[in-house]
Unconditional design. Structure first.
Lengths: 282, 272
């Protein structure tokens, strides 16, 4: 493969990783990592249904309706799991498996010939993400990079504007209510950002890796600090180093970049956990 | 008929174990097991060059139980919540499986179709030997659960009291884990990696909406499972392109949603 293509692939994946970290930090602090799992699986039937109406996977209306309806479903799952805190895991399990099965059926029946088949849903399609290009300032730019840049700007703006509010929501909702804030609205907005990240990252890395990106880097970072900004910085640093090694291995040995990245991150997490426990005993 | 009995017994055994983990508030444990089982399946292929269900069951169960030990150790030595650790193993297990398949493909082994049967489930690929294996193991686990139902009830009620009565909590946990792992691996062929959780959870969660007494709850689950299994096999046989696994879960899900709605309306009628 041309080295220019490697750089593009690396860059797309790097943008996906950064974007995921912005939502990962908040859901780690809320101790709701599995909600990401539920949402990443539940968006599938919505994507198929919206595709059936819009008949395009890249138009603005597709993204708009997909994000809107997915946020509603995510809010419903989050609301129901709050309503039944004792069995929130079972609610998440019921919804994500039910909706994912519905998604699989719909793809089998209606979207068999589209780039929305079961394989690409589970594994993603990083390789295909760089082939849809658009002419900009005399250069051919992959549309996925532009989309991910847009998402990054939304994430950065929201992070710096609302981080105090989001932190307060994670730690003490009652206090936030007493200060006159509408916690349901903030919760909905946070879910909207998560869904936006999931939908944009999902087509590149697939359902399960989206969950991994939203969980493992932050778990590693939490060994070093609990401050929100530090969590973000450390997880970004760890992800970048791991991504460089993973890219080298993936491009040299023709392996899946997403899978090797996640396995390396997992190994780092396991080694850190056991070393930490060993040294704390000493 | 054989297909119906296979799916019915497997679903009912999974539902009974689902009940145990539901009360333990670890409902998504099967999601972890089924995702971790995926690299186990690939490992079985690497070791024996075959995707025979007997071999897959042996290798994958050993692999998943090993990972389960690591998971339990992690839960003990770190301060992370069960949610975070579960999410970690789901992502890590699946990525490891994908990577192993990738390595196999680079060595010229084209086995994607074989692995897809385990990934998404493929009931039509079940041989009569596979069915016999699933039926015998499911029946054995159901008998075990029936014989030790009082012990399991005590275990779920209070683990401190359970150990004071002279039972071994760790041993009971291990036995329940082994049974769940074995059934999860078997159900990969029926429902696949993601949808196994549906078989494990939805029938019990639906029954739990109406009944609290264990006996009534399982009778309701039994009826629900037999009806849904029959309907899903009927639909998949009569409409081409619809596979049984996803139909089964969608039907369970629809029944669950209707039951929630019914319960909500009844609650509203009684309390205004």
């Amino acid at each position: 493969m041309d080295s220019y293509i490697y750089y593009k692939l690396f860059f797309v994946f790097f943008l996906v990783v950064i974007n995921s970290l912005f939502s990962a930090v908040w859901f780690f602090e809320r101790r709701q990592s599995l909600l990401v799992d539920a949402i990443s699986h539940s968006v599938l039937p919505i994507l198929v249904l919206v595709y059936l109406f819009v008949q395009s996977l890249s138009s603005f209306s597709f993204v708009f309706f997909a994000v809107l309806f997915s946020t509603l479903v995510a809010w419903l799952i989050s609301f129901l799991s709050k309503f039944n805190t004792k069995h929130s895991q079972s609610l998440i399990g019921v919804f994500f498996s039910g909706l994912f099965a519905l998604g699989l059926l719909l793809t089998n029946v209606f979207a068999r010939n589209v780039h929305l088949d079961a394989d690409s849903v589970l594994f993603g399609a990083l390789e295909f993400s760089i082939f849809e290009n658009i002419q900009m300032f005399g250069f051919l730019m992959p549309i996925s990079i532009l989309k991910l840049f847009f998402l990054l700007s939304v994430n950065v703006i929201c992070f710096y504007c609302f981080r105090n509010l989001f932190s307060a929501l994670s730690f003490d909702q009652t206090n936030l209510k007493l200060h006159g804030f509408n916690t349901n609205l903030i919760d909905f907005f946070q879910l909207f950002l998560l869904v936006l990240n999931v939908i944009f990252c999902f087509e590149v890395v697939g359902v399960i890796l989206t969950l991994g990106l939203n969980v493992i880097p932050v778990l590693i970072a939490s060994y070093f600090s609990y401050r929100t900004s530090d969590l973000l910085n450390v997880s970004l640093f760890v992800s970048l180093i791991t991504l460089l090694i993973a890219s080298f291995l993936a491009f040299s040995f023709n392996l899946s970049l997403g899978a090797i990245f996640m396995v390396l991150l997992g190994v780092v997490f396991l080694v850190l956990s056991f070393f930490r426990s060993y040294f704390m005993k000493l | 008929m054989m297909l119906f009995i296979t799916i019915f017994l497997l679903s009912f055994a999974l539902c009974c174990l689902g009940g145990v983990f539901y009360y333990e508030q670890k409902s998504l444990i099967t999601d972890v097991y089924s995702h971790v089982a995926f690299p186990g399946v690939v490992l079985a292929y690497v070791l024996f060059n075959s995707l025979d269900l007997y071999l897959v069951l042996f290798v994958t169960t050993t692999f998943v139980l090993l990972i389960d030990l690591i998971k339990n150790k992690l839960l003990r030595i770190t301060k992370f919540t069960t949610d975070s650790i579960f999410a970690f193993f789901i992502a890590f297990g699946f990525s490891l499986g994908t990577l192993l398949i990738n390595i196999l493909q680079n060595h010229g082994v084209s086995t994607k179709a074989g692995f897809s049967d385990f990934l998404f489930g493929n009931i039509s690929a079940l041989s009569s030997n596979d069915s016999v294996l699933i039926i015998s193991i499911s029946s054995f686990i159901l008998c075990l659960l029936y014989l030790y139902r009082r012990v399991i009830k005590n275990y779920l009620f209070d683990q401190i009291l359970f150990s004071q009565l002279g039972f071994n909590v760790y041993f009971t946990q291990r036995i329940l884990s082994v049974c769940t792992v074995v059934l999860c691996v078997l159900s990969l062929k029926v429902a696949g990696v993601v949808l196994t959780t549906g078989l494990f959870l939805i029938p019990f969660a639906t029954a739990n909406l109406f009944y609290n007494k264990i006996k009534h709850l399982f009778v309701f689950a039994l009826l629900l499972i037999s009806l849904v299994t029959f309907a899903s096999i009927f639909i998949s046989l009569n409409f081409s392109g619809l596979s049984t696994g996803p139909i089964l879960i969608v039907l369970y899900f629809v029944v669950y949603l209707l039951s929630e709605l019914f319960k909500f309306l009844r609650f509203k009628n009684i309390y205004g």
